[in-house]
Design a protein around this ligand. Sequence first.
Ligand code: COS
Length: 401
Amino acid sequence: MSAPPALPFALPPEYTQLRGVVRELAEKHIAPRAAEIDRSGEFPWDVHDALARSGFHAPHIPEEYGGAGADALATVIVIEEIARVCAASSLIPAVNKLGTLPLLLAGAEELCERYLPPVARGEAMFSYALSEPTAGSDAAALQTTARRTDDGWVLNGVKRWISGAGESRFYTVFAATDPSAGPHGISAFIVEKDDPGVSFGAKERKLGIRGSPTREMYFDDCRIPQWRLIGEAGEGFALAMRTLDHTRVTIAAQAVGIAQGALDVALGYTRQRRQFGKPVAEFQGVQFMLADMAMRIDAARSLTYQAASSSQAGSQVLTYLGAAAKCFASDVAMAVTTDAVQLLGGYGYTQDHPVERMMRDAKITQIYEGTNQIQRLVIARELLREAADRPAGREESARMR
Ligand code: COS
C-alpha cells in the first residue's frame, strides 16, 4: 500500500532539507562568533561572506537577477535558523529583503537589472530608509523632501534608525515630493552610499542586535537622477506599507528563531544542572515552564509560516497575517527568552551563557518594523474593514478561507 498523501500542514521535504543546510552552516560559522559579535558591535563581514557563499545573505532575490529565488517560506526558514544562534546576523538576509522589496514590488525592469544582481552576488547590501526623528509610528509625517529638477531630484532631510546604514551600498529612501498631499505625496527613491550629499551619523549604542549597525542618514542637497524613482511619484507611502506587510513576516521568523535558540539552551541546561540530588528538569515547576515555552514557539511558528504562505500568494489577508505573526511571535520571543534566563538562574544573568543576549535581542522584535501597538492597530483595522465589507448575513471571514 502506498503512503497516504501528506496533509497540508506538513512542510514539503525541500523546506526541511533547507532547514538542515542552514542549521549546519549557522552552527559551524555563526554560533561560535555570536558572543563576540555582540561584544564588539562590529558588523560581521565574515558571516555575511559565509552566508553569501550559499546564497543565504539575500535568498529572496529571484533567479533572473542572479539570486537563489527562495520563496517567502524558504526565506523565513533561513532567517529563523540564523536567528536561532545569532539575531544580529539574521538581519543580513532580513534587511536585504526589506531594502530590495520596494524595487521588486514596483521598480522598473531596468532598475531591478541594475541594482539586484550586485546584492545577489554578495557585493552590496540594501537598506530601507523610512523612519525619521519625528516620524516613527506616524510614518506618513516624514519631513525629508525630494524636489524635482529638470533631470532628477534633490533630497534633503534626516532618516533615523536605519538598519545596515553605512555598511549598505544601496538604500530605498522615502521622501515627500508633495508635502501638501500627506501620505499621497510621498515617493520612493534609490540612493547610493557614495552619492554626493549623503552622510551617516554615529552608530547607535543599542541594548541588542549590536552587530547590526543602526545609524542616522543625512541628505544635504543630494542630487539623484530621475530614473532612480521607484514606481510612480506619490505612491511611495502605500509602497512602504506593502513592503512592511511582507517583511513583518521576516521579523516574526527572527523572533521564532531567537525563542527557539533560547529554549534549546534552557533544555540543555536544565537536563544537566543538578539541585536537590537530581537534574532540575525533573522538577515539575521547571517542566511546566519548558512546556509553555515550546507551545508558544510552535504556535508562533505556525502563524509565521501561514503569513509566509500568504506573502508568497500576495493574498489580501497578508496585512492582517503579517502584523499578527510579527506581533505574536515577538511577544513570544520576549517571554520565552526571559523564562530561559530564569531557568538558568544566576548563570543566565551572565555573559557566560547566550540567553541574556537572546533576551536583549528579542526586545527589538517588539519594536521595529512597527511597534506591537501599531501591529494591534493594523490587525483591528483589518478586522473591522473586513467585517464592514462582508455581505449581510455572511459570517465567514477571509481569514478562515
Ligand atoms: N498596503 C497598501 N496600502 C496601504 C497599506 C498597506 N498595507 N496601509 C496603508 N495604505 C495606504 C492606505 O490605503 C491609504 O491610501 P488611501 O487614502 O488611498 O486609501 C494610505 O496608504 C494612507 O494610509 P493610512 O490612512 O492607513 O495611514 P496612517 O497615517 O493612518 O498610517 C499606520 C497607518 C499607522 C498603520 C502606518 O503609519 C504604520 O504602519 N506605521 C508604522 C510604521 C512602521 O512600521 N515603521 C517602521 C519602519 S521600518 S523599521
